[in-house]
Design a protein around this ligand. Structure first.
Ligand code: NAP
Ligand code: ZN
Ligand code: ZN
Length: 360
């Protein structure tokens, strides 16, 4: 398809940065957005976080990417127009959109406020929307989204540092709640101190949970303990440290983005402890069965969260002053940021200053 047709697909011109192929390299991209429908909220994008999923998707590591691909699902901005039937938002409101922009609204999951598990869930980018056109994410100047998938950003949260809550935040908040790892006095391990991991530490601490970080990066120890509020820190390659912590945790939230062994993590669990995988490496992990059987242990997964819970998470964050620790970057730094993210060289989330640096 010639590039011109992307600009003519819908009535309103839009501008963003897109990956064109599996190299994952992003470059400027002119496209278009639909007119504001009855239930749509149109907003000017101000900030967008860079999730590791954006990197997996830009490089087609999960095999589902459609190019050109405009990533970005940690999106915040200011409402510029609302459709005639929009009830929750008005022009000028500060809003956010996370990983999904549509679902069927009639299946069991949708009826239980779990749109994130709807078989017809529409992702914020690289998925076909109800009208058959491809969705484009938040590395762009504007968004038009059904109000059901828009959340309100409370006034006391800074917009840039709140952006990562839309994916990283809900992805760790939801399993802490669902798997009952949110009770004061419990002991939870957080594996991987990246975008997801560092907000997991903050949410778990706010819930009154004792938190141990399990990391490959000894250099993150001091900051984890002194700044993020973790209670202890294990270097996953240090056999002695890992051995000493065996059987001490009620749960472990694994946010690791790459291949890694899970036996050492299962060993950290108490009897009936729960290992929850949220990191999504491109290849299957090896599941050791005997250690599970011998301790009646549980291995589960979790995918973002429903819209009701996402708003609840944002409100909980606002009440407890939880935001991400971010490095704000300009749009044209995005490819360097992606390279650094792959090397875990970020404290702890890149956020693109779309409002000030996106130039046609
Ligand atoms: P990130 O910022 O890159 O953090 C991942 C962390 O994993 C790194 O900081 C690093 O922590 C650790 N790590 C990286 N490579 C490793 C390796 N080879 N072995 C062991 N540890 C390693 O990524 P993120 O944005 O938090 O995302 C993490 C994963 O979650 C990605 O796969 C992403 O696609 C997925 N995700 C899933 C959902 C969901 O709904 N389930 C939602 C969002 C993202 P240390 O330096 O501390 O070791
Ligand atoms: Zn994400
Ligand atoms: Zn559904």
């Amino acid at each position: 398809m010639a590039e011109k047709s992307y600009e003519e697909e819908h009535p309103t011109r839009a501008f963003g940065w897109a990956a064109r192929d599996q190299s994952g390299v992003l470059s400027p991209f002119k496209f278009s957005r639909r007119s504001t429908g009855e239930k749509d909220v149109r907003f000017k994008v101000l900030y967008c976080g860079i999730c590791h999923s954006d990197l997996h998707m830009a490089k087609n590591e999960w095999g589902t990417s459609m190019y050109p691909l405009v990533p970005g699902h940690e999106i915040v901005g200011e409402v510029t127009e609302v459709g005639s039937k929009v009830e929750k938002f008005k022009v000028g409101d500060k809003v956010g959109v996370g990983c999904m922009v549509g679902s069927c609204h009639s299946c069991d999951s949708c009826n239980s406020d779990l749109e994130n598990y709807c078989p017809k869930m529409i992702l914020t980018y690289s998925t076909k929307y109800h009208d058959g056109t491809t969705t484009y994410g938040g590395y762009s100047d504007s968004m038009v989204t059904d109000e059901h998938f828009v959340v309100r950003i409370p006034d006391n949260l800074p917009l840039d540092a709140a952006a990562p809550l839309l994916c990283a935040g809900i992805t760790v908040y939801s399993p802490l709640r669902f798997f009952n790892l949110d009770k004061p006095g419990m002991h939870v391990g957080v594996v991987g101190l990246g975008g997801l991991g560092h907000v997991a530490v903050k949410f778990a601490k706010a819930m009154g949970v004792k938190v141990t970080v399990i990391s490959t990066s000894p250099k993150k120890k001091q900051e984890a303990l002194e700044h993020l509020g973790a209670d202890s820190f294990l270097v996953s390659r240090d056999q002695d440290e890992m051995q000493a912590a065996m059987g001490t945790m009620d749960g472990v939230i694994d946010t690791v983005s790459a291949m890694h062994p899970i036996l050492p993590l299962i060993s950290l669990l108490k009897t009936q402890g729960k290992l929850v995988l949220v990191g999504a490496p491109e290849k299957p992990l090896e599941l050791p069965v005997f250690p599970l059987i011998m301790g009646r242990k549980i291995v589960g997964g979790s995918c973002i969260g429903g819209m009701k819970e996402t708003q609840e998470m944002i409100d909980f964050a606002a009440k407890n002053n939880i935001t991400a620790d971010i490095e704000v970057i300009s749009m044209d730094y995005v490819n360097t940021a992606m390279e650094r993210l792959l090397k875990t060289d970020v404290r702890y989330r890149f956020v693109i200053d779309i409002g000030n640096t996106m130039k046609i």
